[in-house]
Design a protein around this ligand. Structure first.
Ligand SMILES: [Zn+2]
Length: 68
């Protein structure tokens, strides 16, 4: 296995990690209900995708209880 020949300075370490920052997630608005949703994803609020209903949402009350 390879063994490091010399200690990496904090500067070099920082340069390497300059590409590791997390990118902000892109959100688009649902055409049907204007909820922020991920692009190319079915809306979790109304079940619409590309202007038509793809998934049936049971009822909005159960969604609130789910997280508790
Ligand atoms: Zn929606």
């Amino acid at each position: 296995m390879g063994v490091p020949r010399a200690r990496r300075t904090k500067s070099k370490q920082g340069h390497r990690r300059s590409h590791l920052a997390l990118k902000k997630r892109v959100l688009t608005k649902c055409v049907q209900c204007a909820t922020p949703v991920l692009p190319h994803t079915v809306c979790y609020n109304c079940g619409y995708y590309k202007g038509r209903q793809v998934v049936k949402i049971k009822d909005k009350k159960s969604k609130v209880v789910k997280n508790k």
